[in-house]
Design a protein around this ligand. Structure first.
Ligand SMILES: Cc1cc2nc3c(=O)[nH]c(=O)nc-3n(C[C@H](O)[C@H](O)[C@H](O)COP(=O)(O)OP(=O)(O)OC[C@H]3O[C@@H](n4cnc5c(N)ncnc54)[C@H](O)[C@@H]3O)c2cc1C
Length: 475
């Protein structure tokens, strides 16, 4: 199969604030590209969080494995170093998972997220990745969002885990973070924030020192199944028993991924630092927060006194075209994030914006990632994080390692590897329908936030995904 080119990751003006920060703190040189032919047990295409956690997990489970990672750019410079750095598993997703998968599978997914969180915490003990573990806050900013809090509490009581989540009144919330927009909230015990580019940087160092061969600036052009598989790059080739496509949105070239995944984009802005003002707002620790819109505003403070505000309502890609430039730079989407900052934290917005950026997001119909194998081959893949990959890529590492080592365990038999996924329609219906629904949802949610009635037609269109059982919308 031909692989699509990676999303451009080396354009200086498009780097995230996190990447600029890491570049100013560490001197990092790209590793030499692959030239000539090599033979390994496992070749991982793509050195983001997915590829690097998979390599480290495999090395830990079977140290003698010969593993190589090949990346089109520098490992970690894709989505992994450009996200919001909010870290949480799947407890908050239970109200929507429960009707689709039942109690047992839904709880299994949430428990694996807890194990992933533990592994991240362990990594952070020895690497300065700005890890702050203070739970995860979901806030309601309208009556419609408040009713979602009720739904969640009902599910928590039914499934028997009410103690891991706490309902907060407006005044409770103001003690944690005093925004004029917050009406009520839920504080999940499990949740953290991280500096994503530092995490990517230290993972890359760990991978290299674990003895994984790493080749950068090496786009993979083609992967052919066989025993062994053959992989072609511009100036070399790899023979490998197993190949992992850890190429994020590039996995859209796998037909089974394409059918169940659609591409959106997400745009964060990072404010200038204003530690004194954050202190005045009682926003003292870097706890991650998101509202309960379908296209959420997600935000968090940083260790050095800034607020990152992101909006997951960027443009939709046509087909699998993940390199379209509007997925990385779209003025209206970046403005929506900046307006979010202004609404939630007007006094911080006054300090100005230090950086803005955007990047594609691969969203599945149930918003869970999926890890699997292309039938009749030893080519594996992992993607579909739906804007929620810092924790889930640790799950990816475990699941893909179990799949490669052919181990039947709680990872390889989990819903992340074994479940039926709803399919999206083919093009052009996918793009036209997706764009219509996205615009309708944004219109309705803007009206709710402003305390206005939702336009009737927009409301009807916005309800379509739910009526057919999809959980569409991103972080
Ligand atoms: C703006 C934004 C905000 C987000 N916020 C959050 C958040 O707050 N919390 C959260 O949990 N998640 C968040 N996410 C999601 C999270 O960033 C991703 O799910 C995660 O980083 C995916 O990791 P990955 O390794 O699969 O992808 P990537 O990090 O993109 O790695 C894929 C790698 O594959 C390489 N590649 C692709 N094709 C080829 C090829 N043909 N040959 C060689 N190499 C190739 C690329 O160069 C890249 O390095 C956000 C995402 C975005 C875009």
């Amino acid at each position: 199969m031909e692989l699509v080119s990676a999303v451009p990751a080396n354009i200086p003006s498009e780097l995230s604030w996190w990447q600029q920060d890491v570049r100013s703190s560490f001197t990092i040189k790209n590793l030499p590209p692959l030239s000539g032919n090599i033979e390994v047990d496992v070749l991982i295409v793509g050195g983001g969080f997915t590829g690097m956690w998979t390599a480290l997990t495999l090395k830990k489970r079977e140290p003698s494995l010969r593993i190589a990672i090949v990346d089109a750019y520098r490992c970690g410079d894709g989505a992994s170093a450009r996200n919001g750095g909010n870290v949480h598993g799947y407890w908050g997703a239970l109200p929507t998972l429960l009707p689709m998968y039942g109690a047992q599978k839904s709880l299994e997914a949430a428990e694996l997220g807890t194990l992933a969180q533990r592994k991240l915490r362990h990594f952070a003990e020895t690497h300065d990745v700005w890890w702050t573990e203070e739970g995860y806050l979901r806030v309601a900013t309208s009556a419609a969002q408040r009713s979602k809090l009720n739904d969640f509490m009902k599910v928590a009581e039914t499934l028997g885990f009410p103690s891991s989540v706490r309902r907060l009144s407006k005044s409770n919330l103001s003690e944690l973070c005093n925004s004029p927009r917050f009406e009520e909230g839920l504080l999940f015990e499990e949740g953290a924030t991280v500096h994503p580019a530092r995490l990517a940087h230290f993972l890359r160092e760990e991978v290299i020192s674990a003895g994984v061969q790493v080749y950068e600036d090496t786009p993979v052009l083609r992967v052919s199944k066989g025993e062994p598989c053959q992989v072609n790059t511009a100036r070399g080739g790899v023979t490998a028993r197993d190949v992992v496509l850890a190429t994020y949105t590039g996995t859209m070239s796998v037909p089974s991924v394409y059918k169940a995944t659609t591409l959106f984009s997400s745009f964060p802005v990072m404010s200038n630092a204003n530690e004194l003002e954050l202190e005045r707002l009682n926003y003292r620790v870097a706890r991650g927060i998101a509202d309960l819109r379908m296209f959420t505003h997600y935000f968090r403070r940083t260790r050095d006194g800034r607020i990152l505000m992101g909006s997951g309502s960027g443009p939709i890609a046509i087909g699998g075209k993940h390199s379209a430039s509007d997925l990385r730079s779209d003025q209206r989407s970046a403005d929506r994030a900046a307006i979010g900052l202004q609404r939630f934290f007007p006094s911080i917005a006054k300090a100005g914006i230090a950086a803005r950026w955007g990047f594609p997001i691969e969203v599945t119909s149930d918003r869970l990632p999926y890890f699997g194998t292309i039938s009749g081959s030893r080519i594996h893949y992992g993607s579909g994080y739906s804007g929620h990959g810092v924790n889930a890529t640790v799950i990816a590492g475990e699941c893909l390692a179990s799949i490669i080592l052919r181990t039947a365990d709680r990872w390889s038999t989990s819903p992340f590897c074994k479940r039926d996924r709803l399919r999206f329609p083919p093009e052009p219906f996918r793009f036209v329908g997706g764009a219509l629904i996205r615009n309708a949802i944004v219109t309705c949610e803007d009206a709710q936030d402003a305390g206005l009635r939702q336009p009737l037609i927009a409301r009807g269109i916005a309800d379509i995904p739910r009526m057919i059982g999809m959980r569409i919308g991103t972080r």
